[in-house]
Design a protein around this ligand. Structure first.
Ligand code: PDD
Length: 287
């Protein structure tokens, strides 16, 4: 089956889908994006993704290209045309195409690209064995709360991880605290069972999975504290894990050379993963 993409008003074969050579997303990373999980052919946490997209666009002063209902219709159509039951949607909204000039163009129309692909949320091995992360300095700009396509430091971080045989890179700020992964949020569980993740600020992306997981964990009576932690604290933790739309909840069992606890995925991490999946199933069933 050939894949179909949505590009600026048209559904086109993925193989030949194109944007203009002077698209500002390409020349300046002048665009925001979202990645949304698809479960049972439906989008998980659609409203929160709309909210975050609109916030990113507003912070970048990019016009909203269309209403939520119109964007929803495109999401559903792309999922349907690609027959995605389990996978992800990628949406990119840019300031548009215009002759190269740093300042905002006058009259350019925002560009919109939507793709969908099948994917399992993390491999079975990552879940049963847990994964390794490596730490490295956070090289990014100071507005990491905006989900912009300006991802070069994230790309370099992820490549460092891959070359070290790791699943993810945990980036560390100038004060020695973990900010987040290249494409995920970072968490630990302390010896008394307290779940710890860095508070929302300009230093991290406000992950939707992160926000939802805090909610479902607290509803289950688990204690969650929003506080920054260092790689040393993480290495000494009872459990560690990461969260993202594309992987949900993944146990971390090694941080650089340090093995976390007994090197096996932790019980609270497993509980959180199953709570999150229950939430996601209920969310798509209610949609
Ligand atoms: N990444 N932090 C960063 C830097 C991210 O890129 C992501 C998401 C997250 C987790 O956010 P959420 O739970 O909303 O997916 C945190 C997406 C999946 C990506 O770029 O592939």
């Amino acid at each position: 089956m050939s894949r179909i993409a949505y590009v600026n008003g048209r559904y086109v074969p993925h193989k030949v889908a194109q944007v203009h050579i002077e698209d500002r997303g390409m020349q300046f990373s002048d665009a925001a994006y979202e990645v949304i999980a698809v479960l049972g052919g439906r989008l998980v946490d659609r409203t929160l993704h709309h909210d975050r997209l609109e916030r990113s666009l507003s912070e970048l002063a990019i016009d909203r290209p269309m209403r939520r209902t119109a964007l929803d219709a495109i999401f559903d159509e792309v999922v349907r045309r690609n027959r995605v039951s389990e996978g992800i949607i990628y949406l990119q909204v840019g300031r548009g195409a215009s002759p190269r000039n740093h300042a905002f163009p006058v009259g350019a129309r925002p560009s919109v690209v939507v793709t969908a692909r099948r994917a399992a949320p993390a491999s079975a091995a990552a879940l049963t064995e847990g994964v390794k992360v490596v730490t490295m300095p956070d090289l990014r700009w100071l507005r990491r709360d905006i989900k912009s396509v300006s991802l070069l430091p994230n790309v370099l971080a992820k490549q460092t991880a891959v070359e070290a045989g790791a699943f993810e890179a945990w980036q560390v700020d100038a004060d020695g605290y973990v900010t987040e992964g290249a494409q995920s949020n970072a968490w630990i569980v302390e010896s008394d069972g307290t779940i710890v993740t860095r508070p929302e600020s300009n230093a991290i992306l406000s992950g939707i999975t992160r926000r939802r997981l805090i909610e479902v964990a607290r509803a289950e009576g688990l204690s969650v504290v929003e506080r920054a932690f260092t790689p040393t604290q993480a290495a000494a933790a009872r459990e560690a894990f990461l969260t993202s739309t594309s992987s949900f909840v993944v146990p971390v069992v090694q941080i650089d050379e340090a093995v976390v606890a007994n090197g096996r995925p932790g019980a609270i991490t497993e509980q959180l993963r199953s709570l999150y999946i229950d939430f996601a199933r209920a969310d798509v069933a209610a949609a």
